[in-house]
Write a protein that binds this ligand. Structure first.
Ligand code: MN
Length: 480
């Protein structure tokens, strides 16, 4: 229950208050960056000095580095729950504020003499849907500043929503639910956040309208996705003027024009035989950050989280973190430059997939990018090329060589599914986990997006296991 979790957050905050200095260790993605900024702002408020470290994972190397630094208090955000006993072995005082499935709930209580553990799973909440790392850390930050009257500190609910959206927690229901929704409502009360159903596609604030359709992947727009000319013709066909002084963006359109596009898209999809259940997905709840400038990435939670990921994926997490901390000068400029570079890389990644094609098996399709696509973005390329490549709606699996030197002998796996496949019973995270374990790798993730690291030579074996698992999952649903 959320109220119990909030109470436990108070106890964790008491530990934080005892220190004058802390090390914040966070995950290197949008949820991790917003988590670090949320606790960072609360620490600043409380007069506690801190520094930040962003990591991909908490392996032996990362943990021993932290132990060497020996900070008076370490706050782990958006990671840590999977390695609680390893953290305990370091003998450091720590607060772990995470939403990933804990590995050792049974052996370590929520409060140990050294480690305080805040995680929605401990309180019966679903950490993959109802609360993100940033939402969990929001509860901690709120508890930390409560006695200072900073209960509804401006900006923090927005960051928590950006983190949740970055972790795709809104996708399953087309809107944020559970504890995430409670935080959203706090932000709406503050008038820093607003939410409404709107077109689901990415780039409403910053991209020309036809690009919105061209890059639509979930749901995939039959005959439009991936085809710029077709998108332009479609919009002209329903009487939309594409250009004003510049290319018109979604936010430049009149309400009536938006409605016309949405209903025409639904009709278009219907004519192509898309099921009613999937038609609805053209619209989903959209989150607007009211304090940010219109027409910038920061105004839209989905675009904001993409901007942050663009810094994190190129080892420039501190840039994204500074944007979250309020830097609208140099950091924002650099983040936007990284985003442009990121888009160029995605385009060339897509080009690679188009030219080389995918291999289709019975229950999945895959491609191997070798070292032609960076392992940190190959998953996005997979998601984008999902429906453009291959004829059938199958999960797509992408392989890339690991880019970090000590992981040279490993292969990174990224996989993406669609909501439609999930309705059919697919849980990609679970399937990947099983297949990876069978080849002595590690993997897991969410039902719609998952990843793994496997020994280089086990690729073919892994694919077979994964194909089998997906078969089992999707068969169960259709017959049962
Ligand atoms: Mn997360």
């Amino acid at each position: 229950m959320l109220s119990e979790m909030t109470k436990h957050a108070e106890r964790c905050a008491e530990i934080v208050r005892l220190t004058s200095e802390a090390l914040v260790v966070s995950h290197i993605d949008a949820d991790g960056l917003t988590s670090a900024a949320i606790i960072g702002r609360a620490l600043e408020d409380a007069g506690i000095e801190y520094s930040t470290v962003f990591v991909k994972q908490l392996g032996e190397t990362e943990l021993s580095k932290i132990a060497d630094t020996n900070p008076p208090l370490t706050i782990f955000t958006d990671l840590g729950s999977g390695v609680l006993s390893e953290i305990k072995e370091l003998g450091i005082t720590a607060v772990v504020s995470d939403h990933h499935q804990p590995s050792t709930t049974d052996t370590l209580p929520a409060r140990d003499e050294l480690i305080s553990h805040l995680n929605p799973h401990l309180f019966g909440l679903n950490g993959s849907r109802e609360l993100s790392g940033s939402g969990t850390t929001f509860l901690l930050a709120q508890a930390l500043s409560r006695e200072r009257g900073g209960d509804k500190k401006r900006g923090l609910p927005s960051l928590a929503v950006v983190g949740a959206v970055g972790d795709l927690q809104h996708l399953k229901d087309g809107r944020l639910t559970g504890a995430n929704r409670t935080i959203l409502k706090i932000g709406a009360e503050n008038r820093e956040l607003s939410y409404a159903p709107d077109i689901a596609f990415f780039g409403k604030q910053t991209r020309p309208i036809f690009k919105l359709l061209e890059y639509a992947t979930d749901p995939y727009l039959i005959g439009l996705t991936g085809n710029e000319d077709a998108c332009i013709a479609f919009l002209k066909g329903v009487g939309i003027r594409l250009q004003g002084e510049r290319w018109r963006r979604w936010i430049d359109l009149e309400k009536k024009e938006k409605q016309r596009i949405v209903s025409s898209l639904i009709q278009h999809q219907m004519k192509k035989g898309v099921s009613p259940q999937r038609l609805e997905r053209v619209v989903q709840e959209v989150y607007t950050l009211e304090d940010e400038t219109e027409g910038t990435e920061l105004r839209d939670a989905q675009e904001y989280s993409t901007l942050l990921n663009a810094t994190a994926r190129y080892d420039r997490a501190e840039i994204g973190f500074n944007v979250c901390m309020g830097d609208r000068g140099g950091a924002l400029e650099e983040a936007e430059r990284l985003l442009k570079e990121h888009r160029r890389n995605l385009v060339s990644g897509m080009k690679f997939v188009k030219e080389n094609g995918v291999v289709e098996l019975e229950h999945l399709k895959y491609f191997d990018a070798g070292n032609r696509i960076r392992d940190t973005i190959v998953g996005i390329v997979a998601g984008m090329s999902h429906s453009i490549i291959g004829d059938r709606d199958l999960p797509i699996v992408a392989f890339a060589r690991a880019s970090t030197p000590h992981e040279r002998e490993e292969l990174k796996v990224s996989a993406r599914a669609t909501q439609h496949l999930i309705h059919k019973g697919l849980n990609l995270g679970a399937a990947i986990h099983i297949a990876a374990e069978k080849v002595n790798g590690t993997g897991g993730g969410h039902d719609i997006a998952a990843g793994a690291t496997i020994p280089l030579e086990t690729k073919d074996e892994f694919i077979q296991y994964l194909n089998e698992e997906i078969k089992k999952q999707t068969k169960k649903q259709t017959t049962g």
